[in-house]
Design a protein around this ligand. Structure first.
Ligand SMILES: Cc1ncc(COP(=O)(O)O)c(C=O)c1O
Length: 399
């Protein structure tokens, strides 16, 4: 568990430079912090053991495996640099990161406003566990003015911008300004942009969660989450992490730290290729809409221009008409896109998704089915040719 003060790179250095250096020990020896698999940490004397115990929450203290090892420290420090946060904790999955602030801050009698477009399993956790403990969970249109919805007992606003599957942007600075001074904690799932394209903490949000499983790990081979907080809320995040026994394994943290070193170049390539594919899709007669924050038609595009420095490789499109079988014909025959959940790796993916049943505050009005794409690091011309053949199959199956 790391503190911002320990970052070894001055704050004024550019983000891509910081991603290369933050959390590394430097000097001679291996470039990357080696993996340390440890539960027990041995000490010479009882006095040394006591000293480590007293300092167990401080960055870099080796005390007991669950309090972190050099690989988790390195990962956490680099994520703090990425997200411009006071400190970060690594947790075993993105969902664990999403749930941690809910457990840390919500008490019986509290009210939480939640963007209707959040990642669906976070919604399930809210409904199954948080609401059960006497917390009023209210889902809201992600673009609504939240001021009239605040109650004296509102304790948290939980956002994800852009939203899952439909990619609506939220006005993070406006929400942060509304919450400040009212004792309301603001939380944002920043997995889509990563801190590379948007830093919600710099926009006034209190806590950022990420599924590092996606772009940070970047190779679809580890589950990992991160929670980054500002100085005000960091102690509660840290204490809750320990109280729940949360700990990310050293191998996964190591993969996360390695992924961060190449994040900048990968994100630039995801952005360029996804834009090329999205712009091509927008011109196709069978495509009703392309849900991509960098396209002018996307809900909240002006907010994206103001608050984000780029767009990642995940977006969706809706078909003009057709049914699930015609959509399956499009997806099933794709040669270069895998069919499977998650995203953010080097490889392209396509899945069918149906936002309608997942929403309670914002009816889903699309006329045709939706396909979500993760655009990987392949040549976009090859991906476009694959999708063009997919649209041919869609037309044939639709009849
Ligand atoms: C926006 C978002 N947040 C969180 C998660 C959860 O991440 P993980 O699968 O690592 O638990 C996902 C996973 O798809 C996601 O899309």
């Amino acid at each position: 568990m790391s503190d911002a003060s320990a970052q070894n790179v001055p704050a004024q250095i550019a983000l891509d430079t910081r991603l290369v250096h933050a959390g590394r020990v430097g000097g001679t020896g291996p470039v990357n912090t080696p993996v340390h698999r440890a539960s027990t940490i041995l000490f010479d004397t009882v006095a040394d053991l006591d000293a480590a115990k007293a300092a167990r929450f401080a960055k870099g203290t080796l005390f007991y495996g669950r309090f972190g090892t050099p690989d988790t420290f390195a990962f956490e420090e680099a994520v703090s640099a990425l997200e411009a946060g006071a400190a970060t904790v690594a947790v075993p999955s993105g969902l664990a990161a999403c749930v941690l602030p809910l457990v840390a801050f919500l008490r019986p009698g509290d009210h939480v406003l939640v963007a209707d477009t959040i990642y669906e399993p976070t919604r399930t956790s809210l409904n199954a566990f948080i609401a059960r403990n006497g917390v009023a969970v209210e889902y809201v249109d992600p673009r609504a003015d939240l001021a009239p919805l605040l109650r004296p007992e509102t304790r948290m606003i939980y956002l994800e911008s852009p939203g899952s599957l439909t990619f609506e942007l939220q006005d993070l600075p406006a929400v942060a300004a509304l919450a400040k001074g009212r004792g309301i904690v603001t939380v944002c799932d920043n997995t889509w942009a990563t801190g590379y394209f948007c830093q919600p903490l710099a926009l006034g949000i209190d806590i950022v969660v990420q599924a590092a499983t996606k772009y940070i790990v970047g190779h679809s081979d580890a589950m990992l989450g991160s929670v980054t907080a500002n100085a005000e809320y960091w102690p509660a995040v840290r204490n809750t992490t320990y109280a729940l026994g949360q700990y990310a394994g050293p191998d996964d943290a190591w993969l996360g730290a390695r992924g961060l070193r190449t994040l900048a170049v990968r994100m630039e390539r995801h952005q360029a290729s996804a834009l090329a594919v999205a712009e091509w899709l927008a011109e196709q007669a069978d495509v009703a809409s392309v849900l991509h924050p960098a396209l002018p038609g996307c809900p909240g595009h002006a907010i994206w221009r103001r608050d984000f420095s780029g767009a990642s490789g995940l977006f969706a499109f809706t078909l003009a008409d057709g049914d699930d079988a015609a959509r399956a014909a499009l997806i099933d025959g794709l040669d270069l896109f895998g069919i499977g959940y998650s995203w953010g790796g080097y490889e392209s993916l396509a899945i069918p998704a149906d936002p309608g049943p997942l929403r309670t505050a914002t009816p889903w009005m699309a006329t045709g089915p939706l396909v979500r794409l993760q655009i990987g690091l392949e040549d976009p011309a090859d991906l476009i040719a694959d999708l063009a053949a997919g649209l041919d199959r869609f037309r044939a199956a639709r009849g």
